[in-house]
Structures are given as structure tokens and as C-alpha cells.
Design a protein around this ligand. Sequence first.
Ligand code: ACM
Length: 271
Amino acid sequence: MSSIIQAGFLQTRPEFGAVQANLDHAKKLWGERKADLLVLPELFSTGYQFQSLAEARNLSEPIPDGPTTDFLIDWAQNAGMTIVAGLAEREGKALYNSAVIVGPEGLIGKFRKAHIFDTENNFFEPGDLPFTVFDAGFAKIGIMICFDWRFPETARTLALQGADIIAHPSNLVLPHCPQAMITRCLENRVYAVTSDRVGSEKRVAGDPMKFIGQSQVVDPDGTVMVRASEDREEAHVVEIDLEKARNKRINGRNDLFADRREDLYRVDGKG
Ligand code: ACM
């Protein structure tokens, strides 16, 4: 199997609460582009700023068998590609800020955002699923969602499990992430596809939100292969070579994984 694949993202401006319109719009914006992997933003089918728990509950869906997951599976089957996308998940009484990975054969898996950002805590439980690398056949794909970027253990865990690509659905509001993801890729020698949204939401008095766009693909050398604008809907596809992510050597003497000093690291904070 070739190690050269096509990976892309869609940067959208969802209309809050208009799930079917957001699904249809994303598919139309993507058009007839061809890719092996497409990454869509966090909460791309609902929008971000819920006004109440009841509203979040009404707009959330079971995974599997919810309308967004079903739509994505149908799209993946028709286009012959793998899609990673963020959506609001409901399981029993609990809501999660989740992402699914679907392919031509159906649902491959899901991930629940581990690090819940600010007011999301009013609605979503912290994710309770382990960081997992999913086998999409053509590549090993790890998922993290937006603010998970701020915790380097996240990308490290996925890379150590063999991720070639980190798919990173996002609704970014802080300015640092696009630059920080360069470091995440450099320190782990992985690709990252961050798919962000644009636009603003002012659904909660005193808490206007502006999303910063700048969706991007970064390679294992930390090169930004493509970065979108801060304010426009955009679709991009780039060719990537997975071999680059599978080789952790950075020179004749150093290997990013073999050189790790697990005997000295203390990530639990105990001396
Ligand atoms: C964020 O985690 N959506 C900022």
C-alpha cells in the first residue's frame, strides 16, 4: 500500500442549531474534491454556543445512529474517503463533545474531548474514552479535539501508539494553537490536520465568541503545508507521505522515541 495519501480539511461557518443545513452545506462546500482523509471542525453540525443544558441536549445525538453520524457515513461511502468530524454526543443523561471517524465501511470509532474548555463545562462531561489510534486502512489516525492541544501528553500519547496523522477538529478561540501545533508535530514527528471554523456567535449575553480559522496541515518536520484564512470558509487537500511520520529519526544519532528518558520523566508530578 502506498504511503502517499491525500489529506484535507474543511473550514466552515456553521449556523447555530441548523443541523441539516450545516451538513448539506459542508458537503456542498467540499464538492467533488478527492481525498483519503477529510477532517471537519468540532461541533460542525450544531455550532458552539449553547444557551442551556436543554438546548445542548436537544441538539446532541447518539453515536452511532444519530443523524450527523449517518450523514457522514453516507458521504464517506459515496466519496470513498474517511471522515473525522466533531459533534455533540448524547449517551443517557450525559453529553460529550465528541468526534467520529467514519469510512466507506461505516463507523470506525469515536473519541470524547478529554479537556473541556471554559463554558463547555456547563454542558459536556470530560471524555471518558482512552486516547485511541484508529486504523483507517491507509493510515493510523489519532483524534484529539480543540483544547486538547494545550496538553502535550495528548499528542504524545497518540504518537506513541503509532498515529501517522492527528485529526484535530477544532473551534479555536485562543490565538496560540496554530503555532503550537507546529511543536506538537515536531516533537512527535506526526502529521496534524487541524480543522477549525470561522465566524462568531453571540448567543450568550456578555460572552461573544470569535473563532480564529487558520485550519492547517502540519508535517512531521513542523512545516505548515497549508494554512487557511482567519475569516473565510475554505477547503484544502494536500499530498502527504506517511513514511515521514513513521521514521522518528532526526539525524544519524537521534531517534525521537528511542531517545526518550522514561527513567527520568515524572508526568505524575511525584519527585
Ligand atoms: C475549544 O476548545 N473549543 C476552545
